[in-house]
Design a protein around this ligand. Structure first.
Ligand code: SF4
Ligand code: SF4
Length: 186
């Protein structure tokens, strides 16, 4: 946003977020970056939690809702337990998901969900490399954006080429099948 003044949609976006349980806490953020430093998913997020919250506070909801951040939040709560202001960051991620869903279909998020699902279904464990390969096939522009980060993670051995299948893979697949049946009935 070029101007300091918030436009009408930004004001509505902020009001909506502040009205959601947990969403109001974002105003306490001091931009220390502890959350992003603790977040295991930050390397594949368009914006880490700190930057996302800066965008929210600045009212740049177009950028917020075009990012993948809250969709790939793994709900691990690392950020929440470490935030010096006691902000319930994970709850805010959920709040943003609900707001985004209310705005209509999220194409990038759907691709990320599918990539995650397919990557996990194969071996019962997540291979980040497989997941991102599948995602980047659908959203190649994101691959260009993240190339240097991917290379750094590879160089540091933070991305595994080979993921061992779960020992109880058959049991895991039965659970997935059951979940699909339940979903089909609902
Ligand atoms: S750790 Fe808390 S205060 Fe620090 S940037 Fe993240 S949300 Fe804001
Ligand atoms: S709860 Fe989400 S945002 Fe927080 S550290 Fe975990 S993955 Fe990152």
């Amino acid at each position: 946003m070029g101007s300091n003044a918030l436009n009408t949609s930004a004001i509505w976006g902020l009001k909506e977020l502040l009205a959601i349980p947990g969403g109001d806490q974002i105003i306490k953020c001091i931009q220390c970056g502890t959350c992003t430093g603790s977040c295991p998913m930050a390397p594949v997020m368009d914006y880490g939690p700190r930057r996302l919250f800066a965008l929210v506070k600045g009212g740049d909801f177009d950028e917020v809702f075009s990012s993948n951040t809250y969709w790939i939040c793994a709900s691990c709560y690392f950020c929440t337990v470490r935030c010096p202001r006691g902000i319930k960051i994970t709850d805010i991620m959920y709040a943003l998901k609900r707001m985004a869903q209310a705005r209509g279909p999220q194409e990038k998020a759907a691709y990320m969900y599918n990539a995650f699902k397919e990557a996990v279904e194969g071996k019962g464990r997540l291979s980040e490399l497989k997941m991102m390969q599948k995602y980047y096939k659908k959203v190649p522009m994101d691959a260009f954006k993240n190339t240097s980060l991917g290379l750094k993670l590879l160089a540091k051995g933070r991305l595994e080429f080979k993921v061992e299948p779960l020992k109880s893979l058959e049991g895991f697949r039965r659970v997935i099948e059951k979940a699909k049946q339940i979903e089909g009935q609902s």
